[in-house]
Design a protein around this ligand. Structure first.
Ligand SMILES: [Zn+2]
Length: 244
């Protein structure tokens, strides 16, 4: 599959690019994080230590097992909410990339309970809807965070077979089969949520029909579409002096 890293070293390089592209597109703030499944061991994933994504370099990338333990023994502080990555990889063998972001465009939907609908052609990958996770109770951790493995398991169950889940009052988690596909999906979810919200200030927005969405998906998630977007974004990083 195009865009799927085959070695640990390729995955590390691609993860650095994905971090910087997501920040540059305004989709990832200093507290969000993105990971990729270890291409050499499906029971592990690659994720930076607790560093702002804009500045992640290859030597910041650690390898975690699905319970969130740092296999590299680096001693560096990990992201507090890394459990969500491991539990999504455990529940979804088809998923090879995960991002947790706080992008504001998704928040009104989680707050009001208004469902996200795929209304824009480029967001056809969300035609089955985006569930809302609102089950934060955790006796050991107050607040609307996903910290424990148990809570992350509940969140992964809420995600089910879909491509994203909203976290009420917090943000969202988006999943993909490769890092380039994940970035395209996150970008598309953001665009779709902005457009849907604007449209629904006037009247209920008409979602894509299933047949329309499936036809669009073949284009949107095909190699040509993903590759063109990813290569464009990498080039933009280079021209902006954002490559490490
Ligand atoms: Zn968060």
């Amino acid at each position: 599959m195009w865009g799927r890293a085959e070695t640990l070293s390729e995955a590390r390089q691609q993860l650095v690019l994905a971090n910087r592209i997501l920040v540059r597109l305004g989709l990832l703030d200093s507290m969000g994080h993105v990971s990729v499944r270890d291409p050499e061991d499906p029971s592990a994933y690659l994720l930076s230590w607790s560093k702002a994504p804009r500045w992640v370099r290859e030597d910041d990338v650690l390898v975690f097992d699905l319970d969130g333990r740092d296999r590299t023994g680096s001693g560096k502080p990990p992201y507090m909410e890394r459990a969500l990555h491991g539990e999504v990889y455990r529940a979804r063998p088809d998923v090879h990339a995960v991002v947790h972001t706080h992008m504001p465009s998704v928040l009104p939907f989680g707050l009001t309970g208004r469902p996200v609908k795929a209304v824009v052609h480029s967001a056809a990958m969300f035609w089955e809807g985006v569930p809302l996770y609102d089950d934060y109770f955790d006796p050991e951790h107050e607040g609307v965070y996903i910290i424990s493995q148990e809570q992350a398991r509940r969140m992964a169950a809420c995600l089910g077979s879909r491509r994203a889940v909203l976290l009420r009052g917090h943000g969202c988690v988006v999943v993909g089969s490769t890092l380039p596909e994940l970035v395209v999906s996150t970008y598309s979810l953001d665009q779709n949520c902005r457009v849907q919200w604007l449209a629904e200030a006037v009247a209920p927005a008409k979602p894509l029909r299933e047949e329309e969405a499936r036809a669009m998906l073949r284009v949107r998630l095909g190699e040509i579409g993903i590759r063109r977007a990813w290569e464009n974004w990498v080039q933009e990083l280079q021209e902006a002096g954002w490559l490490p």
